[in-house]
Design a protein around this ligand. Structure first.
Ligand code: 1GP
Length: 239
């Protein structure tokens, strides 16, 4: 429970957290050294690894290579049970509580158990909520679920609260990787003000101001994927 406890500790101390999301499918191996250097120079506190359709078996190798040079906790953010590596430190054990597709609510989780039981991974139950973001994202397509209405903050709040009551330890508000529009600040505020557990926010955040505003609205941890993928100097900009 080390990684989760550290997240709780940070929340208690009002220290904001930042995860860089690496999609194994999009790693350019020749550039890995440079990428690692940029991660180490960045304000990231966590590395998340995952994607909607990771197909290759490079997950283990990627994590081993990262661990040689990076001391940040490595947290799996899996799209399905094939994306589990015992080499990581923890896994967001996601249930897509915004959707009504049993595959992503409970079926994949059941299938993952025999794999997880063979690892020492710290398991962090996470209520995962997909929010409508202006156009269809890979996560909506792959999960075959309808995102929540971005204007219905009450329904999002109730969904997050149900997730908390069901025992989830984190809530993740997700616009989807590369989303046109990030999760509305008003929704972040409403959800974070009405749950006790830490709140993760990601998807479509493309500048440092967007990160700051998400924090101000109540996000405890912000996830940056595409923006860093497109520009490893992302965190060095004066925006
Ligand atoms: C996706 O929330 C993450 O699951 C990050 O999204 O790639 O848009 O930063 P981006």
């Amino acid at each position: 429970t080390n990684i989760y406890n550290a997240i709780i500790q940070a929340k208690t101390e009002k220290r904001k957290l930042l995860a860089i999301l690496l999609d194994p499918d999009k790693i350019v191996w020749e550039n890995l050294g440079y990428l690692i250097e940029k991660i180490n120079q960045s304000p990231a506190t966590h590395i998340f690894i995952g994607g909607s359709h990771v197909q290759n078996n490079i997950l283990d190798e990627l994590i081993i290579r990262l661990k040689e040079k990076i001391s940040l906790p490595i947290v799996l953010f899996p799209g399905n049970p094939s994306q589990i590596s015992a080499n990581a430190d923890a896994i967001l054990f996601l249930s897509l509580i915004s959707g009504r597709n049993s595959d992503y609510l409970i079926d994949h989780q059941v299938d993952a158990v025999p794999i997880l039981k063979k690892t020492q991974l710290e398991i962090i139950p996470t209520g995962y909520m997909l929010i409508e973001s202006g156009s269809e994202t890979a996560v909506a397509r792959v999960s075959n679920t309808k995102p929540l209405d971005r204007n219905n903050c009450d329904y999002a709040m109730h969904t997050a609260q149900a997730g908390e009551m069901l025992g989830h330890k984190l809530i993740y508000l997700e616009a989807g990787s590369g989303a046109k529009k990030a999760v509305p600040f008003e929704m972040i505020r409403k959800v974070s003000n009405n749950i006790e557990i830490p709140l993760i926010v990601g998807g479509g955040i493309i500048d440092l101001q967007g990160i700051q505003k998400a924090y101000e609205a109540g996000a405890d941890l912000v996830v940056i994927g595409t923006a860093f993928e497109n520009d490893a100097e992302f965190f060095n900009q004066n925006k």
